[in-house]
Design a protein around this ligand. Structure first.
Ligand code: SF4
Ligand SMILES: [Zn+2]
Ligand SMILES: [Zn+2]
Length: 348
């Protein structure tokens, strides 16, 4: 059907229903959430061109036809880009996981004329990593875009599932830390000083809520869509999709024939960051526009930290660190220690 929008399922973030103690399902005291993918009646008009609207945009109190939606999306991203100290000639390394956000970010930057190259970090998660790399490869191949892949196991000696098995704890925060650190190190190795990540409005608003609820003020200082470099071995980081919602990115991908990986990461269960996003989704459903108001008001009033915490060099790898050892070396030391035989095990 021309103009109809097919929305791909959300990769990597399927949230299993939270069960009460005892594991039995309980009737919610909240009314069921309405679907975010409401369909419009045939007579609905696009607010820009007055043609037939097929895409409801409740947070903007508007409906769009597909062409006007793409225009809206591009304008929102360009508005964000104008606030960053970069130009269309700044070479950008785009961190691409194979998910909808990073592929959408890469696509729009490429279409806007930026010189881009993709960087994919292979995590070693059976099935999911192969599918993710294939999604990146197919996207890059169709658009003749350059990209490079590095494996976390080749760089650090451990894959994410191995770290998960050894540490016996929720893996997402460790995986996130390693991806951030590796992305920084590899981008410098690749000769870039600005890295693009695909964080969207939902990610940023969810993170903001989490930091406020947990009173983590040290992280609020870093909550900005452009994080400048504060050390010769730290690249600047920009988030061109911070003004667009996850749902809008799914629609953009569908309209631009971008095919993100459709598998969920099998290790994602129980990530608490999803709960904050769910809480905001509930508010958004009942009060459209809440998410963007929450994030944009914070960003508008945010004052940069007057004296950022100083770095020292990690005594093992030389990377910038807040302590004697950086977080990567700390983790590696722990993992290697686990590999050493316990004195009591000798000869047993
Ligand atoms: S382990 Fe968590 S952070 Fe890492 S890829 Fe899977 S879901 Fe994402
Ligand atoms: Zn229109
Ligand atoms: Zn180190």
């Amino acid at each position: 059907m021309p103009g109809a929008v097919r929305v791909a399922p959300e990769p990597c973030v399927t949230i299993p229903p939270k069960l009460p103690p005892g594991g039995k399902t309980q009737k919610s005291s909240h009314p069921p959430m309405k679907s975010l993918e409401t369909t419009l009646p045939p007579g609905a008009k696009c607010v820009r061109c007055k043609g037939r609207a097929t895409i409801p945009m409740p947070s903007h109190n508007a409906n769009f036809c597909p062409d006007c939606f793409v225009k809206y999306f591009e304008t929102a991203v360009e508005r964000g880009l104008k606030k960053f100290p970069i130009s269309s000639s700044t070479p950008l390394l785009v961190a691409v996981s194979g998910g909808k956000d990073s592929l959408a970010a890469w696509n729009i930057l490429h279409e806007l004329g930026y010189a881009t190259r993709g960087l994919h970090i292979r995590l070693g998660i059976e099935g999911f990593s192969e599918a993710s790399a294939e999604a990146v490869a197919a996207f890059a191949r169709e658009r003749s875009l350059p990209w490079v892949e590095h494996s976390i196991e080749a760089v650090l000696g451990f894959s994410i599932p191995t770290i998960h098995r050894k540490m016996r704890r929720k893996i997402c925060s460790l995986c996130g830390m390693l991806k951030r650190q590796l992305l920084n190190r590899l981008s410098i190795q690749e000769g870039y000083d600005t890295v693009v990540v695909g964080h969207n409005l939902d990610d940023e608003a969810g993170r903001l809520l989490g930091n406020i609820v947990r009173n983590r003020h040290q992280y609020l200082d870093k909550q900005t869509p452009f994080l400048p470099s504060t050390h010769p071995r730290l690249t600047a980081k920009c988030k061109p999709l911070y003004r667009v919602e996850a749902r809008e990115i799914r629609i953009y991908c569908s309209l631009k024939s971008i095919r993100p990986v459709e598998l969920n990461c099998p290790l994602s269960r129980g990530a608490t960051s999803h709960r904050f996003k769910e809480a905001l989704d509930f508010l958004e459903e009942n009060m459209p526009g809440t998410k963007r108001d929450f994030l944009f008001t914070f960003l508008k009033r945010r004052k940069p930290s007057p004296s950022p915490r100083p770095f020292q060099d990690c005594t093992l790898c030389g990377e910038p660190s807040y302590g004697e050892l950086c977080s990567v070396c700390n983790l590696l030391a722990l993992l290697r220690k686990m590999d050493q035989p316990h004195p009591g095990d000798v000869g047993s």
